[in-house]
Design a protein around this ligand. Structure first.
Ligand code: 5GP
Ligand code: ZN
Length: 115
C-alpha cells in the first residue's frame, strides 16, 4: 500500500528523483538529504509502513539482509571505519518521516557524529 501524502512513498517509487545507491522490487536505498556523515544512506521499502511496529515481517527480514550487504559494499567504497544503523520509531524517538526507514551512517575517525 502507498500513502499519497508520503514523501518517502514518492521517492521510493521513483516519482520524486533521488540519489539512488540501490534499487530492487522491494526497496530503494538513497542518500540522506541532511547527512550525519559522508555517505549517510536510507533504506526505504517501496510499500508504506509507518514504523517498525507496522512493518511486514518478510520486509523486515529483507531490510536487515540488505543493510548488511549495503554496509559491506559501502565500507569498501567510502573507506569508513565503522557503521551505525539507526532506526527511529515515533516522534519522541526522533522520527520525522513516518514511512519506515533505516539509517546507514558511516563512521570516520574524529567525525563528530552525535548519536
Ligand atoms: P528520521 O528522523 O525520520 O529517522 O529520518 C528522516 C531522515 O530523512 C532525515 O535524516 C532527513 O535528513 C531525511 N530526509 C527528509 N526528507 C528527505 C528527502 O526529501 N530526501 C532525502 N534524501 N532525505 C530526506
Ligand atoms: Zn510512505
Amino acid at each position: 500500500m502507498r500513502d499519497e501524502k508520503c514523501i518517502f512513498c514518492k521517492i521510493a517509487n521513483g516519482e520524486i528523483p533521488s540519489a539512488t545507491l540501490y534499487e530492487d522490487e522491494d526497496f530503494r536505498v538513497i542518500l540522506d538529504l541532511g547527512p550525519a556523515s559522508k555517505g549517510h544512506a536510507l533504506i526505504l521499502p517501496k510499500e508504506h509502513y509507518k514504523d517498525l511496529y507496522h512493518l511486514d515481517d518478510e520486509i523486515a527480514a529483507k531490510a536487515l539482509v540488505l543493510a548488511k550487504r549495503m554496509i559491506t559494499k559501502l565500507t569498501e567504497v567510502l573507506g569508513c571505519e565503522g557503521y551505525n544503523i539507526v532506526q527511529n520509531n515515533g516522534e519522541l524517538a526522533g522520527q520525522t518521516v513516518f514511512h519506515f526507514h533505516m539509517h546507514l551512517i558511516p563512521r570516520y575517525k574524529n567525525d563528530n557524529v552525535g548519536l
